[in-house]
Every structure is written in C-alpha cells, then in structure tokens.
Ligand binder design. Structure first.
Ligand SMILES: NC(=O)c1ccc[n+]([C@@H]2O[C@H](COP(=O)([O-])OP(=O)(O)OC[C@H]3O[C@@H](n4cnc5c(N)ncnc54)[C@H](O)[C@@H]3O)[C@@H](O)[C@H]2O)c1
Length: 277
C-alpha cells in the first residue's frame, strides 16, 4: 500500500530538480500528480514517462490566471486536491543593492513569493470544501540566515516561511495543514546556476560541494522529496505552521574547530575545579 494512495497533488516546478524528484516519489506512493511548470518540453516528457497517474499543464506561477487554472485542471481531472506543493523557483536578481533594478525586484518577488500566495489563495476554497489538505512550499536555508544567497532570494524565502505560518493559523480550523521546507545545497540545475545544466555539470557540483557539507555529500532532489512526502501524507496530520530544514546539517553552523581562534590554541585543557580540602 502506498503512503499517498487515493491522494491528488499539484506540484509547481515539477519538470526539473526537486519538483521532478517529488513527482516521481509521490507517484511511487500512489498519488495522482499534476506537473505544473513553465518548461513544457521537460514537463511533458516526464508526464509521458510516468503515464496516467500524471498530467502536465504549462503554468507560469507568477500569473494569477495560470495558478487558478492549475487548481481547476487538477480538480476537473481527478475530482479533488489533497496536496499543493508550491515549489517552482529560480535564482532571482543578482548583484549589489544599488544596481538591482525595480524590474528585477518585481520579477524575483513574483516568481518566489507571489506564486506561493497565489497557490495558497486558489487552493484554500477547494481544500476548505473538502475539510482537509496539505500545502507545502519550498523556502530555503537562505530564508533563515543571511549570507547563503543574494539579497532578494534570501528575503523572498524568508517571506515564504512567514506566509506559511500566518496562513497555517487561518486554515487550521478546516484541518488544512501548511508547512515549508528549507533545503540546503541540492544538486539541481538551479544550484548549477543554469536551467539547462546537464548531468555532468551537476556531477561537478556534487564533487565541489561535498567537502563543505557536514554529512559529506550535497543534497539530492530525493532528500527534499522524502520530506515533502511526509508532509503530504497522513503521517504528519498533527503538524502545521512549521519550516523543516533539510540540509545535511549545513545551517546548524560551521564546526567550531574551523575558527582560526580555536585552531591556534594548542594549550592543554585546564579545569577550574575548586581546590581539594
Ligand atoms: N537547489 C538548491 O540548492 C535549492 C536550495 C534551496 C531552495 N531551493 C528551491 O527549490 C525550488 C526548486 O528548485 P530546484 O533546485 O529544483 O531548481 P530547478 O531549476 O531544477 O527547478 C525549478 C523549476 O521551476 C520552474 N519554474 C521557474 N520559474 C517558473 C515559473 N514562473 N512558473 C512555473 N515554473 C517555473 C523551472 O522551469 C524549473 O522546472 C525553488 O523554489 C528553489 O528556490 C533550491
């Protein structure tokens, strides 16, 4: 028996990386999944590979009409929607604050934050009528701490975490759960800095990033898919309003022994015990 038997999900950014890994995982566990993405080539290929348990809809998550259509397509096709995974994203605006344009600001916020707001807004009435549902959004460790990503990406992911909490407070009464996942460094085209990155470029990323990870390897889409699976399933039925860090230990902080101050210390440990009487 699958952990998502009988459940229906829509996954944005489902054509690549974390989203595609989650589509595969959900289907393995018995769900029907709508793959929503801007990238029709990759999205349609995935839907064709996985068969009747999936369908693809070209969706721009920053456009309200597209997000509304995504929810309608899911319910028209399968009669309900148990899980919405707001996951689509990109790297957003790069560069110093004084040279970031307002257009870049708007685009970054539209794709990373407005999309999540729109997903929640349009799925809420359907889930309320059902009296159940799980909304999951992909934030980032960059939304918890500064220094891991450019200004606007960090701010956008922080907003996703806060939106998750405030909407969870509103929808709890109807048994709708709202949670976020904060991935660390995951080997995907986004982390490689280009949407068309191939497997060999992603392999280089794996090799380069492994030594800076507590657990000795970078994250894989499956690491995040497994958390999304837990949050989508009834196993997490008493969990809402939380952000879940899945980062191989990265965000907990660097090992204390890496600080030069401690590396220089070669003195033996001195215990400050009271003198014996
Ligand atoms: N890879 C990482 O290290 C990492 C870390 C933390 C958070 N994240 C987040 O994970 C999520 C998934 O990223 P990924 O690493 O799998 O990247 P990815 O590039 O492999 O996948 C992102 C997908 O989102 C789609 N997309 C982009 N803009 C869209 C839009 N406007 N409408 C619809 N689809 C759109 C892309 O076409 C692509 O298929 C993003 O929200 C990202 O910010 C990634």
């Amino acid at each position: 028996m699958g952990r998502l038997d009988g459940k229906v999900a829509a996954i944005t950014g489902g054509a690549s990386g974390i989203g595609a890994g989650t589509v595969r995982r959900f289907v393995e566990e018995g769900a029907k999944v709508l793959i929503a993405d801007l990238d029709a080539d990759k999205g349609e290929a995935l839907a064709q590979e996985l068969g009747v348990a999936t369908a693809f809809l070209r969706t721009d998550v920053s456009k309200e009409g597209d997000v509304a259509a995504m929810i309608a397509e899911t319910t028209d096709r399968w009669g309900r929607i148990d899980v919405l995974f707001n996951n689509a994203g990109f790297g957003g605006a790069l560069g110093p604050i004084e040279s970031t344009s307002v257009e870049d600001y708007d685009l970054t916020m539209d794709v990373l934050v407005k999309s999540v707001f729109l997903g929640m807004k349009h799925v809420a009435p359907v889930m309320k009528a059902q009296g159940s549902g799980s909304i999951i959004s992909t934030a980032s460790v960059a939304g918890l701490r500064v220094g891991y990503a450019p200004h606007l990406y960090s701010v956008a992911k922080c907003a996703v975490i806060h939106l998750t909490k405030t909407v969870a407070m509103e929808l709890g009464e109807q048994s709708i759960r709202v949670n976020a996942i904060c991935p660390g460094f995951i080997a995907t085209p986004l982390a490689a800095g280009r949407p068309d990155a191939d497997e060999s470029q992603i392999d280089q990323l794996r090799a380069a990033g492994a030594s800076s990870q507590v657990l000795g390897r970078v994250g894989e889409a499956l690491d995040i898919a497994n958390m999304a699976l837990f949050l989508a399933s009834d196993e997490s039925e008493w969990i809402t309003g939380r952000e879940f860090v899945v980062d191989g230990g990265f965000e907990a902080g660097p090992p204390w022994s890496r600080w030069p101050r401690f590396a220089r210390m070669e003195r033996p440990i001195r215990h400050h015990r009271p003198p014996d009487r």
